[in-house]
Design a protein around this ligand. Structure first.
Ligand code: IPM
Ligand code: MG
Length: 360
């Protein structure tokens, strides 16, 4: 099969982890006889320095004409500070490229061999941790209008708006139920229905949809309680579905359960619009650009390597290839010999990548 992807390494460790993931992708292409066509493009500060903007037209065009986008990270806090909020790479590039991609899947999986890296006590994690967090990505506080600061100090006012429509809630809930059906058939719907109107609507729709999925065990939980239960009974969770901001926060919390944020991949998916074409699916590790360790060959490439596995699975329907990557990565992690610093090891990014390719 021909695989056409746009590759946007971006800033900081984005460059090295994307390079690592591409090596793994080429190795899988060789093994399973697929031809990888990769078009590289600038994004983030890498693009500002060359083209004056974090998302140049040339990059947009490259993204538009490919089947999927593999993305590293954008933003360098020290340099971001010099720009007004609206011109910063995360807004100009990241939020732009995610437009139309309403379903963000973040897979939290603790390799058994790394149980010692999970901050929780062994007795709490002995049945394993494997959680798929599904975060609504195009609605709510991030895009709701009005969003502004007005007036003059010391009497300024600020407002953010949290809107959700029934169709927006239903389409993400459906992804939740369908994903649970392919996994352990448990769905946790996270809301704040004791206070928020959007959450009341959310809970009502989740309950109604639950009747169409009698095989799925549906649980409703308030977001504050969810943040506690994730630490108290992480093994109980299978699929969790929630609105944008709740998902942003809980997925960072949950990433620690996997042993390191350097292990968590993500996929952002849309649905075909009227013309049958949807926004280009977007794949990224959930970690950021980590400028403190950038360019030193120290970054953990596993999140991006697992991100490539998600891409092969969701966009190209290559589940065997995806699971070959996952097995190879988990073999290396469970063996515990070739680990980067975030996992208590001393291996370099290139050594971990080479070990995973050897295990393929
Ligand atoms: C994430 C990040 C982004 C978000 C930021 C950088 C805008 O935290 O991918 O979780 O909030 O979505
Ligand atoms: Mg976040």
């Amino acid at each position: 099969m021909d695989i056409h992807i746009a590759v946007l390494p971006g800033d900081g460790i984005g460059v090295e982890v994307v390079d690592a993931a591409m090596r793994v992708l080429y190795a899988v292409g060789d093994k399973f006889k697929h031809v990888i066509h990769a078009e590289f493009a600038d994004v983030g500060w890498a693009a500002i320095d060359k083209h004056g903007t974090a998302l140049p037209a040339s990059t947009r065009e490259i993204c538009r004409r490919n089947q999927a986008i593999l993305f590293g990270a954008v933003g360098l806090p020290e340099r971001d500070k010099t720009l007004p909020q609206k011109d910063r790479p995360e807004r100009v590039a990241l939020l732009e490229l995610r437009k139309g991609l309403f379903a963000n899947l973040r897979h939290i999986l603790l390799p058994p061999g790394l149980a010692g890296r999970c901050p929780l006590k062994m007795e709490l994690i002995k049945s394993g941790i494997d959680i798929m967090i599904i975060r609504e990505l195009t609605g709510g506080l991030y895009y709701g209008q009005p969003q502004r600061i007005s007036g003059t100090a010391p009497h300024r006012q600020a407002v953010d708006t949290l809107p959700y429509s029934e169709p927006e809630i239903n389409r993400i809930l459906k992804i939740g139920f369908e994903t649970a059906r392919r996994r352990r058939r448990r769905l946790t719907s996270v809301d704040k229905a004791n206070i928020l109107a959007t959450s009341q609507l959310w809970r009502e729709l989740a309950t109604a949809m639950g009747r169409q999925y009698p095989d799925i065990q549906l649980e409703h939980i308030y977001v504050d309680n969810a943040s506690m239960q994730l630490l108290r009974r992480p093994s109980d969770f299978d699929v969790m579905v929630m609105e944008n901001t709740f998902g942003d926060i809980l997925s960072d919390e949950a990433s620690m359960l996997a042993g390191s944020i350097g292990l968590v991949p993500s996929a952002s998916l849309g649905e075909p619009d009227g013309s049958g074409k949807s926004a280009v699916p977007f794949y990224e590790p959930i970690h950021g650009s980590a400028p403190d360790i950038a360019g030193q060959n120290k970054a953990n490439p596993v999140a991006t390597i697992l991100t490539v596995a998600m891409m092969l699975n969701y966009t190209f329907g290559l589940s065997q290839e995806a699971s070959a990557i996952e097995k190879a990565a988990f073999k290396v992690l469970n063996a515990g010999k070739t680990l980067t610093g975030d996992l208590g090891g001393q291996a370099t990014c290139s050594e971990v990548t080479a070990a995973i390719i050897a295990a393929l």
